[in-house]
Each structure stands twice: as structure tokens, then as C-alpha cells.
Design a protein around this ligand. Structure first.
Ligand code: ZN
Length: 615
């Protein structure tokens, strides 16, 4: 009914659907026919190693238990494979990782020693977007028991997490991904505590992320791949991939990914009949008007790709296109993984050089956030493989409505790049008092080095007084939301940091975190209050904004009289404030508070961010 213009319009032959049909059957834009060469990667129906998804012609995806049972059988038959658990989910499921090593080296130390590139791919951080799992199963089979891709393990080791968000994966139904073309039933985006793992890289609130960060530190992959499916606009690209580019924390890695990796993998995908593109394809500046262009994205470290950038770990985000059928998406992911392993193995030397360059760079100014300036003149354009669309007024929303016709068109559109909106000078070190143990514990999980002092020490530091604190009132996509609201289980805040040089007394157990270590950029983005993924903005320091003592009016009144009498300058200041500030004059509370703030009884540490910068 209401969206009939997109699908078949109801005719005399098509009866009007019942309400329950209308509300449960999403009407997706038309599918573009596809018959790529990669179809040949699926095995015949009688193959003993057919994967559960191949068995149903990619109509379905297996459950957690079915997936792990299939992998256990494969690992039992293939000596090159071993399954290990990275840790447990809140509901007690193991997060399994498959290690593929031709030499059967199954510890991080041994694996590292063989010198081959280590490619780490994870699927199902958002379990509804599960393409990576079914592609990985096929690939693991082909590089072992089936033998068609055995050469891949000659020059590389492959680590594969088939389902990262295991609890979300098991919250499976037909209603998990309304904008997506298959499989029939999929899991839910968030974990069993309703937290989004792909917002948790910096703050590490979930046991799943704790397990993943530990694994990244232990196994030290050369390349980290995080596999998703998009939402958003229709376009021709069936598989897109991206990473933090120029302007981020890892320029040498970004350049390797852009100039070396991307062209090679793009060629391989195209040769197998796919339509590869950049993840920027989804970033329409105006969701109703493609002619305004798209923008590049520099992710903050709450996301896998931003986290990789901040810690100089080459990290690639894969976004398959939600409107393409499941078989096309899984096969594209297979080709992507195969090409990535092959290419990384061959170019492992230049990749490791790039990583070393970025780890050593320790630039003087560290970027903290980025944004796109829509008012700036357009300097770049790209040829965009679009699907024709039309926009018209909507009687449903009262706003605009867009329809995609299914017809491929290529169009030249503006391409905007982000610029740095906040940055900070790299200090020598940060100092954290032991009371803030939650923060210190997370630094340790990230693999950041620090020393803990056993004797008290006075240190000259720059501290921040945090003015104009606000509970964050905007949601993720930056649409203004009037009411402040919790996000990812936290009360996020923003504040204006005002530098305050001090000699600070650090008690025994305080922590000194050097900023010139390989993870120094990550240290800054976690500890600088102006950084959107700082512990401060995530609400780890909300305590510092409360008053915990007060003064009785009957004590303050006579004190204020005496202060005015003994200090003509103060008296003049008070007179002027009364004359110029109506709200102040009208508020007895504010007037008393003003005098309180002139005494040393007001908490001197109110709004003082306890982390100091040693310059
Ligand atoms: Zn996703």
C-alpha cells in the first residue's frame, strides 16, 4: 500500500495486502541482475564440505551452534587449523577464533616467528551483517581440505573470528535487518546488554571488546579487517571498503592502503564480476540529493577503523551493500578476503615499513577530531556509480521521499574531505591519580605503557579547568536532539578545557603515561578532554562536576559584609555585577554563591580535570 510506487503497484490482479502482510514485508528497491564469475566459488550440492549457507543457496545463515560445529569438523580434518576462544560473552558464549597456519603454529609467539604476514578478519560485530562469516567458512575450507586455495597459507597466516558479537547473533529473527536483502533470519546489532561493539573500541565497556583488544595485542596482526553491511542509499557498488585516510594518525599506513592495497584488491574484485567502491559511497551529504556529493570519513577510535588508525594498526572496514542479494555479498566478501590475504602476503615488507614509520613519527601536533566543511568550495569530484533516483513530496512524512528506480547511471559528483577541527600539542607524559583506576585499567588493556610511582611526587603540569559542561544532547548522526540522553550506557559530556599550570602533588600509586611511545596518539585521544572519544567525554570523570560542600547562608551573610567592608575593590566588583547582570541581581542563591566563590572554602578542585600534562 503506502510504498507501492517502489514495488509493483497494486492492480486488479494483486489483491490489497492484509495489514499483517503490509507491516511485515519490507518493500526494497528493485534488484539489479548480477551473474559474476565468483559464482563458481560455491561448491556443488554433493560436496562433502558444503557450508550450511551454500546448502540453502545462500538463503539462510547458520546459527552459532551450527557454525561452530561445522568449523570444529573442519578443524578436525585440517591440521592447519585450530580454534581457540578469545573470551566469553555476557551470556557465556565463547568468542571463537580460527587460526590458519600451514606450519601449524598456534601460539602468537610461534606464529609471529615464521615471519609471514598475519591477516586478521572478523565477522559479525553487527550480527545482522553476517556476510563475512559465511564467506570465511568457504575460504577456510578451500585453503585446507578442498585445496583450491592452498597457496594462500604459503605466504600468510590467517586469523578469523566468524562471529564477534555472539550473543547478538543468537537474537535471531526475520526482523533483524529491514533494509537488507537476506539472509532470511539474522541476529541483532547490539550485544545482550544492548551495547554496540563498534562504538566500544576506545572505552572497552564490554567483555567482548576486552577479549578482542587482548587478541589484537597478543597476535599483532599486520592487517585487521572488520566486515559489515551498509544501510543507506542505493547505488551500484556491491562491495565497498575503506580506512582512515590522509589527515589521520597513520599517514604512511593510509598511503599504503590507498595507493598499494586498494587498486590491487579493486582489480581482483572487478575481475570476478563485482562492483567494488569506497565506503564513502554511502556518505551522501544530502540523503535526498546525490548531486550535492559525498564526503570522506575519518573515524574516531570508537570504531574499528578509527581505532586501527589511532594505534597504527592497518584496519580496513568492509561494507557490503545491503540491497544486493546475500549470495552476491558473500561471494564478494570471499574474493575480498582472498585478494587481501594474497596481496598482504606479497607486500608484507612495505606494509611493515609503513607501520614502523607511523609508530615512530610521534608528530608534535596530534589531531583529535575532524569534520567536513560544507560551506567550502568544492575542489574534488568523482565518477559515482549511482542508481537513478527521484525525489518528491511525501504525504506520509510531510517531508521528502526518495525512490530508486533500479537503473544504473554514472554521474560526476562533488567529493569533500574532512579537515582537523581539534588538535593538541604532544606533551611529554600524562599523570593520572590512582583514584581513576577504571581509566588506568583500560589504558593497560589497550597495551599502553606507563609507570606507577611508589613514592609521592610533586610535578609541574598543565591541568584543565573544565568550563561550560554540558551533557551531550546530540545523537550519533549529529541531528540536533534537544533533550540530553544516555548513549551506549553512559552519560556523555562535553566541556571547555581551560589550561591551568600547577604544581600537582601525585600520591604513591599515581601513573605516568609517556606520550612518546608507539601508542602515544592513542594516549592523547583517550586522555585529552577535547577528543570525542576521550574518557572525559564518555563520562568516566562525571564526578568532578559536582559540589560536595556548601556554606550556610547565616554564616556567609556576616562574612560577606566583612569582606565588602575590608576590600573596596571587591565592593566595586559586586556593585557592577548587580548593575549589569539582571539574572544575578534577581537570584539570592547566585549572589551568595558569588561571595562563597571568593573564599577559599569553595572546593578548589571543582571542575578540575585530574589528569595532568607534563609538558
Ligand atoms: Zn555494521
Amino acid at each position: 500500500m503506502i510504498s507501492a510506487a517502489i514495488a509493483e503497484p497494486p492492480t486488479a490482479a494483486t489483491p490489497t495486502p492484509t495489514f499483517s502482510e503490509a507491516a511485515t514485508q519490507p518493500i526494497l528497491p528493485p534488484v539489479v541482475p548480477w551473474n559474476g564469475k565468483s559464482r563458481a566459488l560455491a561448491v556443488a550440492k554433493n560436496d562433502p564440505w558444503i557450508t550450511p549457507s551454500e546448502k540453502t543457496d545462500f538463503r539462510t545463515t547458520p546459527s552459532y551452534d551450527e557454525t561452530m560445529a561445522w568449523l570444529r569438523k573442519l578443524a578436525a580434518a585440517a591440521p592447519e587449523l585450530k580454534m581457540i576462544s578469545l573470551g566469553k560473552s555476557p551470556e557465556g558464549r565463547d568468542i571463537w577464533m580460527v587460526i590458519a597456519s600451514r606450519e601449524k603454529k598456534f601460539t602468537p609467539e610461534e606464529l609471529r616467528k615464521n615471519g609471514k604476514a598475519i591477516v586478521f578478519a572478523q565477522a559479525g560485530i553487527h550480527p545482522g551483517e553476517i556476510d563475512g562469516k559465511d564467506a570465511g567458512l568457504m575460504l577456510l575450507r578451500d585453503m585446507t581440505v578442498r585445496g583450491t586455495k592452498r597457496d594462500l597459507l604459503e605466504h600468510a597466516n590467517f586469523l578469523f573470528v566468524p562471529i564477534f558479537n555472539v550473543d547478538g547473533h543468537e537474537r535471531s529473527s526475520k526482523f533483524g535487518r529491514v533494509n537488507q536483502r537476506g539472509p532470511e533470519e539474522v541476529g541483532w546489532r547490539t550485544n545482550s546488554k544492548n551495547l554496540n561493539l563498534n562504538r566500544d573500541y576506545a572505552k572497552i565497556d564490554t567483555p567482548e571488546m576486552e577479549a578482542m583488544i587482548r587478541a589484537l595485542n597478543q597476535w599483532q596482526p599486520d592487517l585487521y579487517v572488520d566486515i559489515h553491511v551498509t544501510d543507506g542509499a542505493d547505488y551500484q557498488y556491491d562491495i565497498t571498503f575503506g580506512f582512515n585516510g590522509a589527515g589521520g594518525h597513520s599517514p604512511a599506513i593510509a598511503s599504503w592502503l590507498e595507493r598499494t592495497f586498494t587498486p590491487a584488491v579493486t582489480n581482483d574484485l572487478a575481475a570476478m564480476g563485482h562492483i567494488p567502491g569506497s565506503t564513502d559511497a554511502a556518505n551522501w551529504i544530502d540523503p535526498f540529493d546525490l548531486s550535492k556529493g559525498i564526503n570522506a570519513w575519518l573515524a574516531n577510535p570508537r570504531y574499528s577503523n578509527g581505532y586501527g588508525d589511532a594505534r597504527h594498526l592497518p584496519a580496513v572496514l568492509v561494507e557490503n551493500h545491503s540491497l544486493k542479494p546475500y549470495d552476491q555479498r558473500v561471494l564478494g566478501t570471499y574474493v575480498f578476503l582472498e585478494s587481501t590475504i594474497r596481496f598482504t602476503a606479497k607486500n608484507e615488507k612495505t606494509l611493515r615499513q609503513a607501520v614502523e614509520t607511523d609508530r615512530r613519527a610521534k608528530v608534535a601536533t596530534i589531531p583529535l577530531s575532524w569534520d567536513v566543511d560544507l560551506a567550502a568550495p568544492v575542489t574534488d569530484t568523482i565518477d559515482y556509480k549511482a542508481i537513478e533516483s527521484r525525489t518528491f513530496p511525501s504525504a506520509i512524512s510531510g517531508g521528502l521521499r526518495i525512490e530508486f528506480t533500479g537503473k544504473p547511471v554514472t554521474t560526476k559528483i562533488p567529493y569533500r574531505r574532512p579537515h582537523v577541527t581539534a588538535s593538541v600539542a604532544r606533551p611529554k607524559a600524562y599523570w593520572i591519580p590512582p583514584a581513576w583506576s577504571e581509566v588506568v585499567q583500560r589504558l593497560q588493556l589497550h597495551g599502553i605503557q606507563f609507570e606507577r610511582i611508589s613514592q609521592p611526587r610533586d610535578v609541574k603540569v598543565t591541568m584543565y579547568r573544565l568550563e561550560s559542561m554540558r551533557i551531550q544532547g546530540t545523537d550519533e548522526s549529529k541531528r540536533a536532539v534537544e533533550e540530553p540522553q544516555p548513549f551506549e550506557g553512559r552519560v556523555q559530556i562535553t566541556a571547555q578545557p581551560v589550561a591551568e599550570p600547577r604544581t600537582e602533588h601525585y600520591v604513591a600509586g599515581s601513573v605516568r603515561v609517556p606520550a612518546d611511545q608507539p601508542l602515544g596518539d592513542l594516549v592523547a585521544v583517550l586522555l585529552e578532554p577535547a577528543s570525542p572519544d576521550s574518557f572525559l567525554q564518555w563520562g568516566f570523570f562525571d564526578e568532578i562536576f559536582q559540589h560536595t560542600e556548601y556554606i550556610e547562608g547565616y554564616i556567609l551573610e556576616p562574612m560577606a559584609e566583612r569582606m565588602l567592608g575590608s576590600d573596596p575593590k571587591l565592593a566595586e566588583e559586586f556593585r557592577q555585577k548587580l548593575a549589569s547582570d539582571d539574572a544575578f541581581r534577581a537570584s539570592s542563591k547566585e549572589r551568595l554563591r558569588w561571595f562563597y566563590s571568593k573564599t577559599p572554602f569553595l572546593d578548589e578542585r571543582w571542575k578540575l580535570y585530574p589528569v595532568g600534562r607534563e609538558e
